[in-house]
Design a binder for this molecule. Sequence first.
Ligand code: ZN
Length: 310
Amino acid sequence: MVHNQIQRNMNLLDFIKTFPNEESCKSHFKKQREQEGVICKQCGNTTHYWHSGKWQWQCKKCSFRTCLKSGSIMECSKVDIRTWYLAMAFMSFSKKTISASELQRQLNHPKYDTIWRLMHKIRTAMGKRDNLYRLEGAIEFDEAYFEKAISQRVQLKRGRGSQRQINVAVMAESTPLEDTVTGEKSNHCRYFKMKVLNHHKMDAVDDLLKESIHEKSILFSDKSTSYVNIADYVETHVSEKSDAQTTKTTLKWVHIAISNAKRTLLGIFHKIKGKYLQLYLDEFCYKLNRRYFGEKLFDRVTLAVAKSYW
Ligand SMILES: [Zn+2]
């Protein structure tokens, strides 16, 4: 018998069986919130009684009540939990991603805006989850440039060829490996981060490294003047002159990730407005970092959405 090593992703049929109605989604979401830990907004306590009839938790210390959605990324949403679940399902079933208009069509939902906002909230939860981790070990670092969509009015004013680009810092944990027999060099990748650089470049890179990378790391980059301070934030900084060889070896994984991200995002969204790019990158990296999760991916997305953020 041959075992299939790669886990099968949950599909629409499994979803319909497990979550046939609002009640089943609510029960599952309650379980996920309890696994993540329900936090009392008033006193910070984490032990609660459950009022099943009201779908509310009551703080054991101060009696403050927390509704099923309160404090999670679903807070204040009037959309039913099954619609949220369907959105999370479609987003995790597809290897790439799904556009809001396509999801609106699939769900037969009357409002595009509602679906669009809901998807961005799910992406926010994905980004927040990945922000909890810092990269460590050997790390590749480079910048990518994404084309920014600008309004027609601005375009006319500036004339042709005035499309601006958005700088994105791309980082990948990449362990160098050497084949002891052949001496062939390669590297193995683990987690990725992609962050839009918003303000003055040098400061932006400094801030980013502080929050994204463990100080005991070894960082590989090309020789760019904007990276002069990198050595202050990591144990070792190795910079190489950028050439075709660097792209294939030292910075291999960041370059593969950059071209995949561009293909995935631009194929679906054409041009993305600058302020939303980070959210799309958050979804891309979240899925890339969990590429071997298989059917657990959907469950993990519901956990990220269930987390309390107060
Ligand atoms: Zn309390």
